[in-house]
Each structure stands twice: as structure tokens, then as C-alpha cells.
Design a protein around this ligand. Sequence first.
Ligand code: 5RP
Length: 220
Amino acid sequence: MSTDVEAWKRAAAIAAAEEIEDGMRLGLGTGSTVAHLLPAIAARNLRGLRCVATSVATERQAAELGIAVEPFSALTSLDLAIDGADQIAPDGWIVKGGGGAHTREKIVAAAAERFVVIADASKVVDALVAPVPLELLAYGLPATLAALGADGPTAVRAGAPPSPDGGVIADYAGDVSDPEALAARLSATPGVIDHGLFPPSLTSEVIVAGPDGPVRRALA
Ligand code: 5RP
């Protein structure tokens, strides 16, 4: 039985890579779990893949591994997207954006026929907790932060660079007990580009790996 979190991430990534087929249009997520996915994809020597990346880091690692990435202006939809998660709740709500890439990640997930989330067992939680990552427009930032602060402080993430699209990465630290209501409120707040709450309807399958290996759970 492995207790090595990196080995769990790798196991989940390898299991997800098995779902990729020749010729697929594939969305590549961001983070340390996805960093295990990319070599697993390269090792499969699949033909005709068309990939888009959710971050510069993923694009760079993919290029180093010989996985061709194209801009997400060349494709209107994807067959499969695979990405990591920060928290996975029992009801299928997921928090993403620890790497500040959640806006692109949500666009890619929504464009994919199947969105598969890969994670080590430490990401499974009984209930979601703050923070929820945000990407905010720089214009009017203090007003947006003030609007979001009514039930908990929301702050720009210290040291976080702007997103590749120029957005400001911040974290919402208020109540997360009703993710559906919070997601609606965040989406309705002017200046919020997007938030890191992913509804169960967006995710097709979660692959969580722990000491006993990868376990698949179908969602949407
Ligand atoms: C980046 C993300 C990541 O997928 C999430 O933070 C998980 O990262 P890791 O695999 O490094 O734990 O949402 O914005």
C-alpha cells in the first residue's frame, strides 16, 4: 500500500490517460496532478491528438514531451478534458483554481463532451471550505472586492501573477456551505470573470487514487 501522494496523483493520471483515444480533441488542465498526466499521454504514443492547454505551464510541459498544443481558437469543442481539483465534495461539487487557472479550466471543461477530474485521496472532503479562487477584472477591483466582502473577506492572492488573460487572482473566504447559491452570487457579481466552483453537472467522472489505487466515480 502506497502512502506517497505523488504516487497517488500519478496513478489517477495514468488511469485517466487510458481513456484517451487516437484522434481525440483533448483539453489539458493545470497543476501537479496534470503534470503526471502529460507523460502518461506521451507514453501512449497516440495518433492524431488535437490538444488545448489551460495554462502556459501545461503548454510548456506538453511541448517538451512532444505533445502538440494548439490555441483554443482553432477548435469549437473537445471530446475529453482532464484536470485536477483542490476539493471534491460528496455531492460532486468541486473547488478548482489553486493554480489560478480556473477560468480557462472551466471553459475547457464546458467545451468537452466528457470532463474527467483526477486527484489524490487528500482532495476528497466532507464539505467544501473556503477559499474559493476567483479571477477578477482589474478595472474597478476595489469595488468588486467590496461587493464580495459582505459575508467574509475576499482578498487578492498574495504573490499570484495575473492570469494569462490579464485577470487578477483572488480568493473568496466567506461561507461556502451552499455552493450552488454561492456560485450564482459570484457569477452575478460584476467584475468577477469566473470562480473556482465547478457544479456536479460539469464533471463526467472523478478518478481518485489513494493507498488502494485509483477508484472511478461517474457523475454527470
Ligand atoms: C489549477 C487547478 C488545479 O487543477 C488544482 O489546483 C489542483 O492542483 P494539483 O493537481 O497541483 O493539486 O485548479 O487552477
